[in-house]
Design a protein around this ligand. Structure first.
Ligand code: GLU
Length: 441
């Protein structure tokens, strides 16, 4: 692939969630795979709803994920470009002023639907005389619509294949609102064209936008990018996720300890025909990505998958990847390797490391069943004095076996429960040398 220029264009009107993460990731991967450019574009033309704190949060989330951008653009700083494009459309007779209020438009739509017709704007404004327009403009102000060419609009979609939409089935899009606010459809086209965007990958909820944008790009004399529309995520049961996306914000996943590479590995394969692979690095993600493997069907997403994936990811990490976490717990450098080796397969998130360290330094609250009480007391009495090494467990339990006659699970499980307070965990032979205090009942 020649060098791709892609963009991720969130509106800073909320936090990023798993739904828009897919869009961000696909575009990032395409740019990186081709040695191209990835633009982070903040679609902030809505001054009411756009907030600097959301813009900061978006950047923070992208940095956390390691989805680095080469250029940052904000639409609010490009309003003059959009005005120039609007003039160009006006000069080309592809832009017209319309005056219907939202209530009037709604009424028209209802009438059309009642008559079994598609609710497409009837272009009544095209029949207004200049005098009528002047009156209406003074009365209520006007908005601007792009005059679609009533033909089929087609493109080869990178995911959906050959796609075409009859322009007559779509309302002429409003590009400038009554209050002068430039709307996304125009701003996005101007940016994509002027920034040399070669690939636009976004959710399939944008397919109709794409059709109208194709005509706007052509009217402005721009070059069409390659379009691809990925499916939308649903919940595990296929239910719409849109309402729950607020609870699937990236910042919440981050706070819950989800690891970026676990999340990205999942997202880079979810909905594709390739099997899932846990990637250790961003480069592996880039190398293994193929947009053409994704399908049109809605993609099921279960947030519960991310915990086990994070655990699997953590289990593969070398000590270097967790040195700062280990240092933050105050673990001495000479014990770091042994500690990590023992806990890495027994944590779901990095935060779980703390509980293990407390267990090793303070001891656990023992779990001892009544019928095991005497056995455990007897065993503890046989435990040699510290220091303990990795052979201690075996020598000790052999002695306990000889003294009590217990063996197998009946021998090991009560000791594990008494010393760690947990049913499962690392090999006890590895745990013992890390315990700083002699266990007591
Ligand atoms: N700001 C738009 C959105 O978040 C961008 C869509 C696009 O990628 O063109 O839906």
């Amino acid at each position: 692939m020649s060098s791709a220029v892609t963009r991720f264009a969130p509106s800073p009107t909320g936090y990023l969630h798993v739904g828009n993460l897919r869009t961000a990731l696909f575009n990032w991967l395409i740019a990186r795979q081709s040695g191209g450019i990835f633009v982070l574009r903040l679609d902030d033309t809505d001054p009411e709803r756009s907030k600097p704190e959301f813009a900061d949060a978006i950047k923070g989330d992208m940095e956390w994920l390691g989805l680095t951008w080469d250029r940052l653009e904000t639409q609010s700083s490009r309003l003059d470009r959009y005005a120039a494009a609007a003039d160009q459309l006006r000069a080309a007779d592809r832009f017209y002023e319309a005056f219907e209020t939202p209530v009037e438009l709604d009424l028209k739509r209802k009438k059309q639907l009642n008559m079994g017709k598609p609710p497409v704007y009837d272009r009544a404004a095209l029949n207004l005389t200049d005098a009528e327009k002047d009156t209406l403009r003074a009365e209520r102000g006007g908005h601007w619509r792009f005059l679609l060419n009533h033909a089929r609009i087609g493109w080869a979609d990178g995911i959906l294949g050959d796609l075409s939409i009859d322009a007559a089935s779509v309302s002429d899009p409003v590009l400038i609102r009554g209050d002068g606010q430039v709307l996304y459809t125009l701003a996005s086209v101007v940016d994509d064209t002027e920034m040399g965007i070669t690939h636009v990958v976004r959710g399939s909820d944008h397919v109709t936008n794409t059709a109208t944008q194709v005509q706007i790009i052509e009217a402005l004399g721009g070059t069409l990018p390659a379009f691809a529309h990925h499916s939308l995520l649903t919940g595990p049961q296929g239910e719409a996720l849109s309402k729950r996306l607020g609870t699937l914000a990236l910042r919440d996943l981050r706070a819950a300890g989800i690891e970026p590479l676990a999340l990205l590995s999942h997202m880079a394969r979810l909905g594709s025909s390739d099997p899932f692979e846990l990637r250790a690095t961003h480069q592996e993600l880039i190398d293994g990505f193929d947009l053409s493997r994704f399908g049109a069907a809605p993609t099921k997403f279960d947030v519960a998958d991310l915990g086990p994936l994070t655990a699997r990811h953590l289990a593969t990490l070398p000590l270097e990847a967790v040195t700062s976490d280990i240092a933050a717990l105050g673990i001495p450098a000479d014990q770091a390797a042994a500690f990590w080796n023992v806990v890495k397969e027994n944590i779901e998130t990095r935060a779980d490391m703390a509980a293990w360290w407390t267990l090793f330094t303070e001891g656990a609250t023992p779990m001892v069943a009544d019928e095991d009480r005497d056995f455990v007391a007897q065993a503890f009495a046989l435990l040699p004095d510290q220091p303990w090494d990795t052979t201690t467990w075996s020598t000790w339990t052999t002695a306990v076996k000889g003294a009590t006659g217990r063996k197998g699970k009946g021998l090991f499980m009560p000791l594990r429960l008494a010393m760690t307070g947990r049913q499962r965990g690392p090999e006890m032979a590895e745990v013992l040398p890390l315990l700083q205090k002699r266990p007591t009942l």
